[in-house]
Design a protein around this ligand. Sequence first.
Ligand code: RM4
Ligand code: MN
Length: 393
Amino acid sequence: MTQPDTRTLERVKLALRSQRIETPSWAYANSGTRFKVFPQEGVPRNPYEKVADAGVVHQLTGVAPTVALHIPWDRVDDYADLAAFAGDHGIGLGAINANVFQDNDYKLGSVTNPDPGVRRKAVDHLLECVDIMDRTGSRDLKLWFSDGTNYPGQDDIRARQDRLAAALRETYDRLGDDQRLLLEYKLFEPAFYATDVPDWGTAYAHCLELGPKAQVVIDTGHHAPGTNIEFIVAFLLRVGKLGAFDFNSRFYADDDLMVGSADPFQLFRIMYEIVRGDALAPEAGIAFMLDQCHNIEAKIPAIIRSVLNVQEATAKALLVDADALAAAQRSGDVLAANAVLMDAYNTDVRPLLAELRTDLGLDPDPMAAYARSGYFDRIRAERAGGQQAGWGA
Ligand code: RM4
Ligand code: MN
């Protein structure tokens, strides 16, 4: 394996310059598992402080210029003011995440609930989220439903699909020209028995029915063990229905751990399909978001680490020698083709990334820069009083 030549390195650095990774407001707050939330010091007490933390992550990494909001966790009186505050911190407000999974009324589901009154309430919340997008300037509405049934016969599986379609339609029709509806799927919540949007096929079918402004979100934590996620990426990209990622690592029995931590090779394979599909640049319209919570690890460094993990996987994906790969594939040389991918994956891209950061006027080591910055000591002191933000469970 030879080291990449200068031209390759310049090409990779150029592509990495345009990469954008959105961080989630809830990752800065006290959140973490469905069973216990372990509080930490210095945690934000309101959406403004979450935005300030997100600003620090962008300042140090240079590739995280937006923060996603979750409503009602991030409800504020004046969204224009929050957007201006974000601007002061060098970032913008990103996707609006709806929350129809934490209200007593949603015991039997939200938009698929058998009670039309509950369905109305859920859809009204989705419409409220679009109102908020109008004020924050957000492009994307991200929808995740923990709707489904636990027991055979509990409710009519097919009727629930009709109710889901109707709710999505009403929300879709409310979108502005430049706004999108992004639909998530998840295999196992509320139940392995019957979740209403359990897989990418279901999400894809609903998005197809809705129209061009509806696209699928791949949350990397929402699959069965062994699922080939890069296949889903390739398929959805090919048909123009991949809208976004929620990146994380699935080994918490949910979707909360740092992306690329336990399986960096999977992340590389995913990012390779993105590069292969020419979908890395912001103009391609794929939102690369983190959806994580940090329960036992320090939050801001964990988010920085996650951003760096995505960046590293992307750099490796960009190093794949496309010509050599195509030649090996054409000639049916299985081992050579596999070796081309592995060569790229096994390249140490840390020097390249350090160089990129230096070019951008950043510290080459964002983790060390954060540790040195004194930011944590400041927020620990400043945020000592008051009620720390959690995820309202
Ligand atoms: C869900 C899903 C959603 C996220 C919540 C917090 O599992 O992934 O995207 O908003 O968790
Ligand atoms: Mn998610």
